[in-house]
Design a protein around this ligand. Structure first.
Ligand code: HEM
Length: 180
């Protein structure tokens, strides 16, 4: 997984819990990297270990931690580091979410061994947007948080209904997004 993801975790823990907690999290997760380079590849396990330890430290569930993390990094780590992609991605949460294949393709185009997500979309008659996610990484908790984070960027409280989940054996995670 690209270092951007671990960098986001680091920035969130530093911002919300401080340096001491971050050092402890790294120690418990067995990570001795001095820093994460955003475009370098790190083992996916490292990200999952970080999530597990943060969940333990904060007394949260792993899913809750993934949602909190996804939600935090959109208006912080991603917006600060990729302002151009934010402009390109659109002026409403719906357009932004629909542009995520294009954004990920552009962000990872010049990055070796990238494995960006590719979503399928369905527009529902009642105005909801279905996002379908398939990935061996099964980061659906993070995806759910990222969707909320996109809402936060536009000051909108989005609703997410999980219609199917790979963690329950389904072939994809289908998230129905409702806009206010
Ligand atoms: C402009 C903002 C964003 C940037 C720059 C960005 C960039 C990235 C990068 C570099 C990765 C790692 C790819 C790899 O390891 O090869 C990634 C993964 C991912 N991103 Fe984003 N992202 C952004 C916003 C979002 C948003 C808003 C969503 C969803 C609503 C999203 C969903 C995901 C998911 C689900 C993964 C994990 C993919 C997997 O399972 O393999 N991203 N993103």
């Amino acid at each position: 997984m690209k270092g951007l993801i671990n960098k986001g975790i680091e920035e969130m823990v530093l911002a919300l819990q401080g340096e001491g907690v971050w050092e402890q999290v790294k120690r418990k997760a067995g990570i001795d990297e001095p820093f994460f380079a955003v475009s370098l590849d790190y083992p996916d396990k490292m990200t999952l270990d970080l999530v597990r330890v943060i969940a333990e430290e904060l007394g949260l569930g792993e899913r809750e931690t993934m949602i909190a993390y996804g939600r935090w990094i959109v208006p912080h780590t991603m917006k600060e580091r990729y302002p151009t992609f934010f402009k390109l991605a659109g002026a409403s949460p719906r357009v932004f979410l629909r542009n995520m294949n294009k954004v990920h393709e552009l962000v990872t185009r010049s990055v070796a061994k990238a494995n960006p997500p590719r979503f399928e979309y369905e527009e529902r008659q009642d105005g909801a947007l279905l996002m379908r996610y398939r990935s061996e990484r099964r980061l659906c908790g993070v995806l759910e948080g990222l969707i909320f984070g996109v809402g936060d960027v536009f000051d909108q409280e989005l609703k997410v209904e999980i219609q199917s989940c790979m963690l329950d054996g389904a072939s994809s995670c289908d998230m129905l997004v409702r806009f206010p």
